[in-house]
Design a protein around this ligand. Structure first.
Ligand code: UDP
Ligand code: MG
Length: 317
């Protein structure tokens, strides 16, 4: 029987945590009763440096029911790092780990199918949303654009898959070999390979509280996704540089011809336009290259992605 561990990152989730915990434990009990998962399975909350009562609630839950464990990070490191911490800490203890957000927008009923597929030989099972009716119009359109841009930029992500997925111990062990600091999990997991499958579900509304992914964090994630998985932006710069070179050769010819024909006066407009256009392009180019150099800087420093301050239960067995 599969020993299943859930990794649930939580950042300021006091409003939703108890509800989610109830729902999760109820689901777990049902799965244990029907012998779908072993009774040693666990629900592990990773507190991503919350400023509210999240950690207090996690400790209470752990005291009330040993199925709940907790990991507390020393400070807020962001969803991706919190999730990575969960995946890497739990991979030694479980047969499979499912990652899911604390607000349970992803369908917990999909656990069954995920576990079935895992038992049927899949190492990675992606949860894919069939509809996004419950998301706001804004979220839907920005998210749609997000996947399109990512794919255009050469980062292969599974459409409408966020971070709700099952990974086997074997896949997690393989994933641990990816040592990079700039992480974009949903784009990196497919790189591991192995046999994978998808499970579709409908995305629900957040149980309570507000989205912890404001526009700024979303743009950040998109940017991380592109620049950590692809060098295409740099290639685009090189190509546009080449295109501009061709245009400027045509310009030089034109300028020489008009010079010899004695009509070189004026030209003020064209000079100013090219000045501004080139200036803008150069700035963008330098900025993007700088971005990659910044990433290299972060990589070579090899800083830890997260630091565990405290944990509840995890190391007991
Ligand atoms: N989260 C986190 N650290 C952060 C921001 C978010 O661990 O800095 C967690 C959050 O608690 C939730 C998940 O990441 O479990 C997804 O966040 P949210 O539901 O707010 O994002 P949305 O569904 O709106 O994209
Ligand atoms: Mg959410």
């Amino acid at each position: 029987m599969t020993k299943l561990y859930l990794a649930v990152p939580c950042y300021n989730e006091e409003e939703v945590l108890r509800d989610s915990a109830d729902k999760l434990v109820e689901k777990f009990d049902r799965m244990i009763d029907t012998k779908k998962i072993s009774e040693k399975s666990k629900i592990v909350f990773i507190d991503d440096g919350s400023a509210d009562n999240t950690w207090k609630i996690i400790s209470e839950l752990h005291d009330e029911n040993p199925v709940f464990d907790g990991i507390k990070l020393s400070r807020n490191r962001g969803h991706q790092n919190a999730l990575l911490c969960g995946m890497m800490t739990l991979r030694d203890k479980a047969d499979a780990v499912i990652s899911i957000d604390a607000d349970l927008q992803d369908d917990i009923e999909a656990f069954d199918e995920m576990v079935e597929k895992f038992e049927g030989g899949c190492d990675v099972v992606y949860g894919v949303r069939s509809k996004r009716d419950t998301d706001t119009f804004f979220k839907r359109t920005t998210a749609g654009a997000f996947y399109k841009v990512l794919n255009k930029m050469g980062a292969d992500v599974i459409y409408n898959h966020a971070d709700f997925r099952l990974m086997s111990k074997r896949a997690l062990d393989a994933f641990s070999l990816y040592k990079e600091r700039n992480i974009f999990l949903r784009g990196m997991v497919p790189l591991v390979g192995f046999h994978s499958d998808v499970v579709t579900y409908e995305r629900a509304e957040r149980l309570a509280g507000e989205s912890k992914y404001p526009l700024k964090k979303m743009l950040n994630l998109a940017w991380e996704g592109i620049t950590s998985l692809s060098v295409k932006p740099i290639r685009i710069i090189t190509l546009s540089g080449a295109a501009i070179l061709l245009i400027s050769i045509a310009m030089i010819l034109y300028l020489l011809v008009s010079f010899f024909m004695g009509s070189a006066i004026g030209g003020w407009t064209s000079i100013l336009i090219s000045l501004w256009a080139l200036g803008g392009l150069l700035l963008i180019a330098v900025g993007i290259i700088g971005e990659y150099i910044g990433k290299i800087y972060l990589e070579v420093k090899r800083r830890p992605q997260y630091i565990i301050e405290e944990s509840l239960g995890i190391n007991e067995q």
